[in-house]
Write a protein that binds this ligand. Structure first.
Ligand SMILES: Nc1ncnc2c1ncn2[C@@H]1O[C@H](COP(=O)(O)OP(=O)(O)OP(=O)(O)O)[C@@H](O)[C@H]1O
Length: 967
C-alpha cells in the first residue's frame, strides 16, 4: 500500500475527500482516520525491511516485539556466518598442522635430561649438557665430546608445561582423526614415568593430553566420543590394567590376545574400553590403572616399572568428513626402562623382567628403523608391543618419542645407548635430505607455524564472538518468551504468526539468504510444536535447557532417581611377597613404599578416593524373582550384545562410574573378579517351610550350587568380553553374603576360567549383591522384597586368616560394624541390613589393615556394638544364634549366622508347602528354640506387613491373632 503511494499525503486526503460525492457512505470521519493511517505509514526503506523479514506492515510502534525479532534474526545471521568461518579456520588449521608435522617428520624425537636429585652428584664434571633447544652434548672423561641432535631438547630444568607444549600438536592431530603414539623411552630411573604420569602438583603428559583432548573437543563444533583403555605388557603378556591383577605373582595371569580386523585395525580381545565424558572420569580410570601396574624396587629405581604401560584413548567423531578416520586412537606408552642387567644385578624375576623389556625395546627400535627407511617389511610381529601398536606406528600416524637420559656420569654408557637409539629413529628420516632441502624445510615449517598462530588467534576471536552472540540470542529469546505470553491470546499474534517463516536450518547452515524466524516463544502456545514432536522431527536441539530437563530423553534414567556420591577412602595395605611386582605406586596416588631387596619386593595396593555415583531408584523390586533377574542383569547384563555399538571403536563400552564402582566396592581383595564384577547369589522365588537339620544341609547344598552358578556365570561373562554398555546405573544396595562353609568353589568351575579370573581365595570372599533399594513405602512389592531379606554370614571372632592374610572375621565384623538397619518397619526385629557400598569398602579396607584396630575404629565411628549379631537382634536371639554357631561344629573357623530370611529361603529352596506344625516341632530342639521364637516374631511382622500392604491401616491385632494365624 505504501509502495503504491506516489502522491503527497495531503493530496491523497483531498482526493479521498473528493470521492465523498461519489461514495456517499464514506463519512468525513472515516476519511480522516484513513489519512491518519497513511500519514503514520513508515518510510519506504522501513517498509522494504519489513517485507524482507516477512513481517507485516503493522507499525513498530504498535508491535514492539518486531524490534526483538529483527535483533534476533540479525544475531542468528551473524552466528551462521561465524560458524561458517570457524569451520573454515578449523579446516585450514588441520591442513597446516598436517603439513607442518609432515615436514617435521611423522616420527619426532625429543630428549629430556633428568635433573639431579638431592644427594646425587654429576660425578667429576657435568657429563650431559643441553647445548641448545635441539642439541645435547655428551662429555666423556677422556676429553672427548659427542653431540646429538633432536627435534627438541629439554634440559634438566624444563618444566612439564614446556614438554607438553611440544606434545600438543600431536594431540591436535589426534583430534583430526590421526592415530598417534607418544612414547617415553630411556634408561631405568631417568624419569619416563615422571614425564608421562607426573605428580599431583605437576601432572604429566597423559593427564595434560587428556585435558587438552576434552578441551579441544568442547571448543570444536563436532561431537566426539572418547573411550579409555589401559594395559601393560608384562613379560610378553598383555594385561588389562582396568582389571586388578592377582595378588600372588605365581597366580596365572589373564592375558589378552591381539587381532587384526579386516580393515587392518588392531583389536585387543577383551580389553576393557570405558567411555569417558570428561577429564575427571578419565583421570579416575587412569589412576585406577596406574595402581595395578607392575612395579618393583630395583638397584636403580625404588619404584621401577617392570612393564610397558599403554594407555589408549579412542576418539570417535561421526559426521566429520574432514577427519582422517571416524575412529582413531592415541597411545601413550610408558616403556619399561632399558637396563644393563649386569649393572642392575637383577636376578630371578627381576632379571626376567629386564630381559623382556630389553627385547621388546629392541623390536620397537627395529620397527621404527624399518618405517623410517621405508622398508617393504616392517617387523611388527617380533614383539607384543609392536603388534599392539601396529596400526598407530605407520606412516599415516604421528609418533613422538621422548627419550630420557640420566645426568650422571656413571650412567653415561646407558645414555649413549639411549641417544643412539633415538638418533637412529630420527636421523635416518632426516638423513635422506641434503642441507639445502633441510633449510627449505625449516623455512616452510616456520611459515606454517606463523600461519597456524594467526589462525589460532582468529579462531579464538571467532569463538569468543560466537559465545557472545549465543548468549545474546538466549537473552533475546527469553525476553521474547515473556512478551509472547501477552500475545498468546490475541488474534493479531495469530495473524502475525501466519506470516512468519519457519526456521530453515539448512539455509542457516549453508549461510545462504537466511530468513530469520522469530523465536518459537513468539508463537502462540497452542501453535507451538510439542517437545515430543520436536524430538521426533529431529529439532531436539531447539529445546531449551529447561525443557530438556523437564522432558528427559527416552533412555535417560528416570528423573526420580538420584545419584549420591560414594567415597572410597584412600588407604594402603602392604604385604610381603617374595617375587611380587604387582601394583603401581602411582605418582598420582602417593603410597608408602617400603624399600626392600630386589627379589623381596614389597608391593602395595591402594584404593584411591573416588567419587562414585550411586544411582538411587525409588522403584521397588517387585518380587524376589525380579531381584534375581535384576542381579543377573547387573552381573551379566552388561555382556549383552545389544550395547551401543555405533559410537566407539570397540563397539561397546562400560560407563565409567559403574566400572569404578564395581572395581572399588569389593576392594578387600585384589582378585581379578573382585574388582571386576559384583557377585550375586540368586534369591529363590518360592517360599516353603523348614524341615530340620537335614533340610538345612539340603539348603546349604542348594546354596552352594547357587553360589557356584553365580560364580560360573560371572566367570563366563568375564571370558565373553568386557566391552559392554551398561545402560542403566542401578542403585546399589549391598547385601553381605558369605559362601557356605561346605562349599568348594573350585568344583565345577572350568580351571581355565578359574585361572582367568578367580583364585582359591574366592571361597572366603565377601560377596556383594546389587539390588534395588527398597522404598520407604510399604507397597506390595516392598512386602515381597522384605520377606526375603538378604542372608547374612559372619565369622567367629577367632577366625583364621585367609591365604592372603586377610582376616575373615574382621572383615565381616567391620561390615557389621558399619551396618544399619534400614527398613523402618522391620528394623526392630529384623537382623538384616542394608549396607552401603561406602561402608562396605571402608570396612573391608579397615579389616585388611588390622582386624582389631579396624573393629574398634568402626565401633567408635558408627557407635555399633561389638557383636555383629547384636544389630537388630535381641539378647535371646543372640544367645540362640551363638548356640547355633557352636553346634555347627565349625569351631573357630568361619561360622554362619543365618537370618530369618535364610530360614525362609531354605524353605523356598526345598519347595515344600508351608507346614506350620514343623515350626512347633522344631521348638523341641534346644538349638533351634530361639530361632523359632525369632521366626515367630518375624512371621508376625510379615503378616502385619502383608495386611498393611493389603490396605489394613489399623490392625489392632494382638499376639494371639498371629499365633492363631500360625497354628
Ligand atoms: N624431570 C624431573 N623432575 C623431577 N623429578 C624427576 C624428574 N624426572 C625423574 N624424576 C624423579 O626420578 C625418579 C625416577 O623417575 P621415574 O620413576 O619416572 O623413572 P622411570 O624412567 O620411569 O624408571 P623405570 O623405568 O624404572 O620405571 C622419581 O623419583 C622421579 O620423581
Amino acid at each position: 500500500m505504501a509502495s503504491r503511494t506516489r502522491k503527497p499525503l495531503h493530496n491523497l486526503a483531498e482526493t479521498i475527500h473528493s470521492l465523498l460525492g461519489q461514495k456517499s457512505h464514506l463519512t468525513t470521519s472515516w476519511v480522516k482516520s484513513v489519512c491518519h493511517i497513511i500519514i503514520n505509514l513508515p518510510s519506504e526503506e522501513q517498509s522494504t525491511d519489513l517485507r524482507t523479514t516477512n513481517i507485516d506492515t503493522v507499525s513498530a510502534s504498535e508491535n514492539p516485539d518486531d524490534e526483538l525479532g529483527n535483533r534476533t534474526s540479525k544475531i542468528t545471521d551473524e552466528l551462521a556466518i561465524l560458524t561458517a568461518r570457524i569451520n573454515e579456520l578449523n579446516r585450514q588449521r588441520k591442513q597446516f598442522l598436517n603439513e607442518f608435522l609432515d615436514l617435521k617428520g611423522n616420527i619426532r624425537v625429543f630428549c629430556r635430561i633428568r635433573p639431579i636429585e638431592m644427594g646425587e652428584n654429576f660425578g667429576r664434571f657435568r657429563p650431559v649438557v643441553a647445548l641448545d633447544s635441539s642439541n645435547v652434548l655428551l662429555r666423556f672423561s677422556d676429553n672427548k665430546n659427542k653431540s646429538y641432535s633432536f627435534d627438541k631438547v629439554f634440559h634438566h630444568g624444563s618444566s612439564q608445561d614446556e614438554v607438553f607444549s611440544e606434545v600438543e600438536p600431536v594431540i591436535k592431530s589426534a583430534l583430526d582423526g590421526y592415530n598417534a603414539c607418544i612414547f617415553a623411552y630411556g634408561q631405568t630411573g631417568t624419569g619416563k614415568t615422571f614425564t608421562m604420569e607426573g605428580i599431583p602438583e605437576d601432572p604429566g603428559m597423559v593427564p595434560r593430553a587428556i585435558e587438552a583432548l576434552f578441551k579441544q573437543a568442547t571448543d570444536s563444533n563436532h561431537v566426539y566420543l572418547f573411550s579409555f583403555s589401559m594395559l601393560e605388557i608384562y613379560m610378553g603378556n598383555l594385561r588389562d590394567l582396568l582389571i586388578s591383577q592377582p595378588t600372588k605373582p605365581m597366580d596365572p595371569m589373564p592375558c589378552l590376545s591381539i587381532h587384526t580386523d579386516p580393515k587392518g585395525e588392531i583389536e585387543i580381545e577383551n580389553l576393557v574400553a570405558i567411555r569417558v565424558s570428561g577429564l575427571t572420569q578419565a583421570i579416575k580410570l587412569y589412576r585406577l590403572g596406574c595402581r595395578f601396574r607392575s612395579t618393583a624396587s630395583t638397584n636403580c629405581n625404588i619404584t621401577s616399572s617392570r612393564s610397558h604401560c599403554l594407555i589408549r584413548i579412542s576418539i570417535t567423531c561421526s559426521g566429520a568428513p574432514e577427519r582422517r578416520r571416524e575412529t582413531n586412537k592415541v597411545w601413550f606408552v610408558d616403556l619399561g626402562g632399558s637396563e644393563r642387567l649386569l649393572k642392575t644385578k637383577a636376578s630371578g624375576r627381576r632379571l626376567e623382567e629386564g630381559k623382556a623389556i630389553n627385547l621388546s625395546l629392541s623390536s620397537l627400535g627395529d620397527v621404527i628403523n624399518a618405517l623410517q627407511l621405508r622398508k617393504g617389511h616392517v617387523p611388527y610381529r617380533n614383539s607384543k608391543l609392536t603388534q599392539v601398536l601396529k596400526d598407530s606406528l605407520g606412516r599415516d600416524s604421528k609418533t613422538l618419542m621422548l627419550v630420557h637420559v640420566s645426568p650422571k656420569e656413571e650412567d653415561l654408557c646407558e645414555t649413549v645407548c639411549s641417544l643412539n637409539f633415538a638418533t637412529r629413529a630420527r636421523t635416518i628420516h632426516l638423513g635422506n635430505t641434503d642441507s639445502t632441502e633441510q633449510r627449505e624445510k625449516e623455512v616452510a615449517m616456520m611459515n606454517l607455524q606463523e600461519m597456524m598462530n594467526k589462525i589460532e588467534v582468529e579462531r579464538q576471536d571467532v569463538r569468543m564472538r560466537i559465545k557472545q552472540s549465543t548468549q545474546e540470542l538466549q537473552i533475546l529469546r527469553s525476553t521474547a518468551a515473556c512478551s509472547t505470553e501477552q500475545l498468546d491470546n490475541s488474534v493479531d499474534a495469530y495473524q502475525l504468526m501466519n506470516e512468519v517463516p519457519q526456521p530453515n536450518l539448512e539455509r542457516n547452515r549453508n549461510n545462504t539468504a537466511y530468513i530469520s524466524a522469530p523465536p518459537l516463544s513468539q508463537v502462540p502456545r497452542f501453535m507451538r510444536p510439542t517437545v515430543c514432536s520436536r524430538r521426533k522431527s529431529g529439532s531436539d536441539h531447539l529445546l531449551t535447557t529447561e525443557e530438556k530437563l523437564e522432558f528427559p530423553a527416552r533412555r535417560r534414567r528416570p528423573f526420580n532417581h538420584y545419584a549420591k556420591s560414594v567415597n572410597f577412602p584412600v588407604k594402603g595395605i602392604s604385604g610381603n611377597n617374595s617375587e611380587g611386582s604387582i601394583s603401581r605406586n602411582s605418582c598420582l596416588v602417593p603410597l608408602t613404599v617400603n624399600k626392600s631387596a630386589d627379589v623381596e619386593t614389597n608391593y602395595s595396593q591402594d584404593l584411591s578416593e573416588c567419587d562414585i555415583k550411586e544411582v538411587v531408584s525409588p522403584d521397588q523390586v517387585t518380587s524376589s524373582k525380579c531381584l534375581n533377574q535384576h542381579r543377573y542383569h547387573v552381573v551379566h547384563g552388561e555382556g549383552s550384545e545389544n550395547g551401543d555399538k555405533s559410537n566407539a571403536c570397540s563397539g561397546k563400552h562400560l560407563k565409567v562410574d559403574k566400572w569404578l564402582c564395581q572395581k572399588n566396592a569389593p576392594a578387600s581383595r585384589s582378585h581379578v573378579y573382585r574388582n571386576k564384577r559384583i557377585l550375586a547369589i540368586p534369591t529363590p522365588e518360592k517360599k516353603l517351610m523348614c524341615k530340620g537339620q537335614k533340610e538345612t544341609e539340603k539348603f546349604q547344598d542348594e546354596k552352594v550350587n547357587n553360589y557356584k552358578l553365580a560364580v560360573e556365570q560371572i566367570v563366563n561373562h568375564n571370558k565373553s568380553g568386557k566391552h559392554v554398555d551398561v545402560e542403566e546405573m542401578f542403585m546399589q544396595e549391598v547385601n553381605i553374603s558369605k559362601p557356605p562353609a561346605n562349599m568348594n568353589v573350585n568344583d565345577n568351575i572350568d580351571p581355565k576360567c578359574h585361572s582367568d579370573s578367580l583364585s582359591d581365595g574366592i571361597v572366603k570372599e565377601t560377596m556383594i549383591n546389587v539390588q534395588h533399594k527398597l522404598d520407604d513405602e510399604l507397597t506390595e512389592k516392598h512386602m515381597l522384597s522384605s520377606i526375603y531379606p538378604p542372608d547374612i554370614w559372619c565369622c567367629n571372632f577367632n577366625s583364621t586368616q585367609d591365604d592372603n592374610g586377610v582376616n575373615c572375621l574382621s572383615t565381616m565384623q567391620a561390615v557389621y560394624g558399619e551396618t544399619e538397619c534400614s527398613d523402618s518397619s522391620l528394623s526392630n526385629s529384623s537382623n538384616w541390613c542394608q549396607i552401603s557400598t561406602i561402608d562396605l569398602a571402608d570396612s573391608i579396607w579397615d579389616a585388611r589393615q588390622d582386624s582389631n584396630i579396624s573393629i574398634s575404629r568402626i565401633e567408635q565411628k558408627s557407635g555399633c556394638q561389638r557383636l555383629p549379631i547384636v544389630i537388630g537382634v535381641d539378647d535371646s536371639e543372640k544367645e540362640d544364634l551363638e548356640k547355633l554357631s557352636q553346634s555347627s561344629g565349625e569351631g573357630t573357623c568361619l561360622q554362619k549366622v543365618r537370618s530369618q530370611r535364610a530360614l525362609l529361603m531354605k524353605n523356598v529352596i526345598l519347595e515344600e508347602p508351608v507346614k506350620p506344625q514343623q515350626l512347633t516341632r522344631s521348638q523341641d530342639n534346644n538349638v533351634h528354640l530361639g530361632i523359632c521364637n525369632l521366626l515367630q516374631q518375624k512371621i508376625q511382622i510379615l503378616w502385619a506387613g502383608a495386611l498393611l500392604g493389603l490396605g489394613f491401616q489399623n490392625l489392632g491385632l494382638e499376639q494371639e491373632f498371629f499365633l492363631g494365624l500360625m497354628l
